[in-house]
Design a protein around this ligand. Structure first.
Ligand SMILES: [Fe+2]
Length: 207
């Protein structure tokens, strides 16, 4: 490995850890706002902290491949939830099932088009929470291929991913609660954006 590759690897690890720390804080605050049972709140924070750790076992030639991944490479990337469960299980044998499930299923979609194909209420509750926060953080963070979206832009995009016709990424009830929570808790939204966002859920999300 040359110095350039070493530097790229260090930057990648740093980005994964920063993302996980932000998601840990945000999913924990969301779980608090929902007044979930304390055990579930703890699982949500821990799952946020470790949900992408499996990416560190995806081969560098896939992580750093310039251009699009082929089908097999995409499949390897999609295994990062399962790889993450392996890593945290090696570190600690007696993990709560809820933590393992949240890490394993954090890319599931309500419509069943996620990595593992689990659908609706079969997706563990903490994983449903985590998937919303994970996407929100990914959209509101800088990427090498685009600048960070504003919070309002990210929420609009997520609403578009939940029109119930082409796609339904998130648990509709939890997603409504997430939007309402951001409208209450965020200082990054203007009064006009809050008014707009509060109107979306009833208009665009299926019951
Ligand atoms: Fe992930």
């Amino acid at each position: 490995m040359n110095l350039l590759e070493l530097s790229a690897g260090a930057t990648f690890v740093h980005e994964v850890v920063k993302h996980e720390q932000r998601v840990e804080a945000l999913v924990g605050d969301f779980a608090d706002a929902l007044a979930l049972p304390l055990a579930e709140r703890r699982e949500a924070r821990l799952a946020g902290r470790f949900h992408d750790i499996g990416k560190l076992r995806v081969p560098p030639e896939i992580i750093f491949k310039p251009g699009a991944l082929d089908r097999n490479e995409r499949h390897v990337v999609e295994l990062h939830g399962a790889l993450g469960v392996d890593i945290i299980s090696e570190a600690h044998e007696e993990l709560p099932d809820g933590l393992r499930e949240a890490v394993l299923y954090h890319h599931e979609r309500w419509d069943g088009l996620g990595y593992e194909g689990v659908t609706g209420t079969d997706i563990p509750h903490v994983a449903r929470l985590l998937s919303i926060v994970d996407v929100f953080d990914a959209l509101t963070a800088d990427r090498v291929y685009r600048p960070a979206m504003t919070e309002a832009e990210a929420l609009r995009q997520m609403i578009a991913q939940c029109n119930g016709v082409d796609a339904m990424w998130f648990d509709p009830c939890l997603f409504r609660q997430f939007i309402a929570w951001r409208c209450d808790a965020s200082s990054a939204l203007t009064p006009e954006q809050i008014e707009e966002l509060r109107a979306y859920p009833s208009a665009d999300l299926p019951p």
